[in-house]
Design a protein around this ligand. Structure first.
Ligand SMILES: *[C@@H]1O[C@H](CO)[C@@H](O)[C@H](O)[C@H]1NC(C)=O
Ligand SMILES: *[C@@H]1O[C@H](CO)[C@@H](O)[C@H](O)[C@H]1NC(C)=O
Ligand SMILES: *[C@@H]1O[C@H](CO)[C@@H](O)[C@H](O)[C@H]1NC(C)=O
Ligand SMILES: *[C@@H]1O[C@H](CO)[C@@H](O)[C@H](O)[C@H]1NC(C)=O
Ligand SMILES: *[C@@H]1O[C@H](CO)[C@@H](O)[C@H](O)[C@H]1NC(C)=O
Ligand SMILES: *[C@@H]1O[C@H](CO)[C@@H](O)[C@H](O)[C@H]1NC(C)=O
Ligand SMILES: CC(=O)N[C@H]1CO[C@H](CO)[C@@H](O)[C@@H]1O
Length: 551
């Protein structure tokens, strides 16, 4: 029995005990099958790989089981709206990978493992899926090829399970609730009924949190991996801009966009990042990365926090007392694991960072140029859009699909971006952001306090310094809102309530992912927070491998 399985069973035992004590109903499927077959709510990639290797089940079984689990909760039951499309070729690809496993052996740790992609990550037309960033404006559009990250996953033997719902246009259309897209509707969190799934990689987060997939890819411009990972009780890695290719990803900004894994464990996320990373001639930012891509799974050492120095920027912390209390407790634990924590360790330019809005000018200007570039690279666009002006006009012409009152009418970001031109002020804002985020920001803080990394709650002012710097963040589950918080009204989603998950972030300098992963792993292994609370019962799918094997 693997170490992680022992921890899972222990956590489940504690959960069972606590549920018995409070007399609540136990989702039976979470416990019963775990002794023989992996429970898909929590199964790690290594556990799935072991079961495939022992021929306990096949990748065809896995795809069938995940499809059935999606069917249970996506548009039925709690209608989580996490998944936009299933891959119509997934079963066939799984069968081919099962055969290859038998005849040649597995390609590696991702062979035959289903992974969900955010709907802004292009997939080759022959699979039969759309890539739309959630918008009807790109429905039926044909990309020239897989996004490089999708191609890399496939080459490693992964199965693209489908496309995840997301905040439309990666939350860059306007003032809209996270997790809503014209095509997918309002996605919601599996931990709190009608809960905010955060975004913009919302469906990637929800789908991974309850085992609708083994893991997912998300993308981040400012917060879009780490925030939904935090809100959906996951591990998320926001890589350095340029570690993973953006070629074939519907963009916001060439300067800030990055693609990364969202998973239930640090080990799963590290395995996926190892496959995704690398240089790509189609994205010249990737040429700046170190020549050799590390095997990030080599960072998974339980003593990873021993002897390292972390700094706490208290000025960036969120107001929420429950998150701060959990964060404070995590500092004590991290110290007990052998790290030195400098608290506080404020950014030298903290006040300027908090006040600066250079990012808006950078993103507005980039989006107008970059989205046009993306569209111009498509082989076919049935709606005929070619530019941001066309997208605005498309939405105005299709209000019943895209401008739905009362919550989903805004195009304020589109309008502001359309208003931009590339000016000297743009270049000045870009330079100011590098200075604020890198030189006097993250690098300045690391240097001033002689730190290895920065430690902060994922909620709060965490994503922006890393976003404007283009630097990496790894988030892991930190805790859940206690039962005595009052759920906010659904407007359209519930922003906070009992059981709402939140995360802890490790932030570092460019290409420091390997170190950040080792810190996050040590913390995760010492805490195992993820299973301390489960999704609400109706959001936990019942289908397990035992229900599909041989059927
Ligand atoms: C993709 O969109 C087209 C419409 O352009 C639709 O016919 C097709 O069913 C969609 N694919 C999937 C897998 O939903
Ligand atoms: C990538 O190419 C663009 C245009 O060719 C250029 O402006 C930019 O500096 C290059 N970036 C890197 C990191 O090489
Ligand atoms: C967290 O720790 C800080 C610094 O030690 C302290 O000022 C603050 O009161 C603590 N907050 C909570 C909620 O424990
Ligand atoms: C951009 O950053 C610089 C340096 O902090 C600051 O002086 C300027 O006001 C910022 N501009 C905006 C629009 O926030
Ligand atoms: C467009 O830019 C002009 C001039 O800078 C400004 O007055 C106007 O408010 C802007 N409109 C939008 C929608 O941002
Ligand atoms: C809510 O519960 C937590 C423990 O779960 C406790 O620390 C806190 O004081 C409680 N808050 C209120 C307002 O009762
Ligand atoms: C897989 C799945 O359930 N897809 C659905 C996502 O939501 C849209 C809009 O409601 C449906 O049309 C899809 O069938």
């Amino acid at each position: 029995m693997s170490r992680s399985r022992v921890h899972v069973l222990f956590a489940l035992f504690i959960f069972l005990l606590s549920e018995l004590l409070v007399g609540a109903a136990l989702p039976r499927n979470v416990i019963l099958e775990s002794a023989s077959l992996p429970d898909l709510y929590e199964a790690s990639i290594a556990e799935l790989q072991a079961g495939l290797a022992k021929n306990q089940f096949t990748s065809v079984d896995l795809v069938k089981a995940y499809f059935a689990r999606i069917e249970e909760v996506n548009l039925q039951g709690p209608t989580l709206r996490a998944v936009l499309e299933l891959n119509p070729s997934a079963l066939q690809q799984a069968a081919a990978l099962d055969l290859e496993r038998k005849t040649k052996g597995p390609r590696g740790p991702l062979h035959g493992i289903p992974i969900l992609l955010k709907d802004n990550i292009a997939t080759r037309a022959s699979d039969g899926m759309n890539t739309t960033a959630g918008s009807f404006a790109l429905l039926g559009s044909i990309p020239p090829r897989d996004a490089t990250v999708a191609a890399k996953l496939r080459a490693a033997g992964a199965i693209i399970l489908g496309k995840a719902n997301m905040s439309e246009w990666a939350h860059f259309r306007g003032n809209l609730a996270s997790g809503w897209s014209g095509r997918g509707g309002q996605a919601t969190n599996a931990y709190v009924p009608l809960g905010d799934p955060s975004g913009s990689s919302s469906g990637s987060g929800i789908g991974t949190s309850i085992g609708l997939t083994a893991a997912a890819l998300g993308s981040e411009t400012d917060g879009s991996i780490i925030s939904p990972s935090s809100a959906n009780n996951l591990v998320g890695i926001k890589p350095t801009v340029g570690l993973t290719s953006r070629a074939g990803v519907v963009p916001i900004s060439v300067n800030q966009d990055t693609v990364g894994p969202m998973a239930r464990s640090v080990a799963d996320a590290a395995a996926i990042l190892t496959v995704m990373a690398g240089r790509d001639p189609l994205d010249n930012f990737t040429l700046a990365q170190p020549r050799v891509v590390p095997d990030f799974t080599k960072a998974l050492k339980p003593n990873g926090l021993k002897g390292i120095r972390l700094g706490v920027p208290r000025l960036f912390q969120p107001d929420d007392p429950n998150i701060v209390a959990a964060f404070n407790a995590s500092i004590a634990l991290i110290r007990s694991l052998g790290a030195t924590v400098i608290d506080p360790a404020e950014f030298p330019d903290a006040q300027e960072l908090l006040a600066s809005d250079n990012e808006t000018l950078v993103l507005d200007t980039d989006f107008k140029v970059d989205v046009k570039n993306y569209i111009s690279g498509l082989l076919k666009v049935p709606t005929g859009v070619t530019s941001l002006a066309d997208l605005i006009a498309f939405n105005n012409a299709h209000p019943t699909e895209e401008l739905i009152p009362p919550f989903y009418t805004s195009q304020s970001d589109f309008l502001a971006a359309e208003n931009t031109t590339v000016t000297p002020a743009y270049f000045a804002a870009l330079a100011a952001d590098k200075d604020l985020g890198q030189t006097r920001g993250i690098d300045g803080t690391l240097k001033k306090f002689n730190l290895d990394a920065i430690l902060t709650p994922t909620d709060g002012f965490t994503s922006t310094p890393a976003a404007i710097a283009g630097y990496p963040v790894v988030t892991v589950p930190l805790g859940f809102q206690p039962d005595n918080v009052t759920a906010t009204p659904a407007n359209p989603v519930v922003e906070n309530g009992p059981g709402f998950p939140f995360g802890l972030s490790f932030m570092g300098t460019a290409f420091s992912e390997f170190s950040l992963i080792s810190y996050a792993f040590a913390y995760e292994q010492a805490t195992h927070t993820r299973l301390k609370r489960l999704a609400f019962p109706a959001a936990i799918p019942k289908t397990q491998l035992v229900d599909v094997i041989g059927k």
